[in-house]
Ligand binder design. Structure first.
Ligand code: SF4
Ligand code: SF4
Length: 244
């Protein structure tokens, strides 16, 4: 029997879900192997139970907390899809400011009408079985995980920094070209796509398990940016994890 698969969105731009609908060349093949039972961006159907639930977005309100518990109860496997779901992503920059100030900025005098929480990873609330990193994650990364789950195998894990893939691609390091790049502390798996096209890594796949943040700050500032700017760059996708 084909596994029942569902997609759900929380606080996000919905780019990770859209990324799936853009898999035009693979979509029909994918649908031969899964039973897509719920996906708001693509269909109206609903289901009571899921073999695999993909969760996009951060948890950022009391209603998000209630809903993610409900989805977890009805899912065999739960996957955090993309940076917002994995570690809070860019949403977590909200957590760098007092919550009342944030509400006032966004909702002005209506701020009391909108309950809000700090932006959290899905794993801060419920058990997450697997994570797909990136903002958005690459389609290949998603497909590797989906194929592994459908076959009942363990999906690949990425423990090396972006720099390793950058070197395998025989790129000249962008630091040699006067740029400042987060490749040394960022989890690989994207084939170093940004440095390979001349753009520094902004860290969208999140931090390595044991990143040398002080060393990274030292390298960045020794290449011409201020400590303040270096910290801001590091916080962009990692505000819930980096304490500076
Ligand atoms: S360009 Fe960035 S990712 Fe590539 S080697 Fe240099 S620091 Fe690492
Ligand atoms: S190079 Fe860095 S910013 Fe670019 S996709 Fe990979 S992790 Fe994300």
């Amino acid at each position: 029997m084909k596994p029942k698969v569902a997609f759900f969105d929380f606080t996000s731009c919905e780019g990770c879900q859209l990324n799936k609908l853009n898999l035009e060349n693979d979509l029909l093949d994918i649908l031969k192997h899964i039973d897509l039972v719920e996906f708001r961006e693509a269909m109206d159907d609903k289901a009571d139970f899921y073999d695999i639930a993909f969760i996009e977005g951060s948890i950022s309100s009391p209603s998000c907390v209630e809903r993610i518990h409900d989805i977890r109860r009805r899912s065999k496997i739960l996957v955090a899809l993309g940076a917002c779901a994995v570690n809070g992503g860019v949403n977590a920059m909200k957590n760098l400011h007092p919550i009342d100030e944030v509400r006032e900025t966004v909702y002005k005098e209506d701020k009391y009408l909108f309950a809000t929480l700090p932006a959290m990873a899905v794993s801060a609330i419920v058990k997450v079985d697997y994570e797909v990193h990136g903002c958005p994650m690459t389609q290949q990364d998603f497909l590797k995980l989906l194929i592994a789950l459908v076959l009942g195998k363990e999906p690949p894990k990425y423990g090396s920094p972006v720099c390793v893939e950058c070197k395998l691609n025989e790129n000249e390091c962008l630091y040699n070209r006067g740029m400042v790049c987060l490749g040394p502390i960022t989890r690989g798996g994207c084939d170093a796509i940004c440095p390979s096209f001349g753009q520094f890594c902004t860290g969208c796949r999140g931090l390595l398990d044991d990143p040398n943040l002080d060393g990274m700050l030292e390298v960045m500032t020794s290449h011409g940016i201020s400590l303040d700017e270096a910290k801001k760059r590091m916080l962009l996708y990692n505000a819930n994890e980096v304490q500076l």
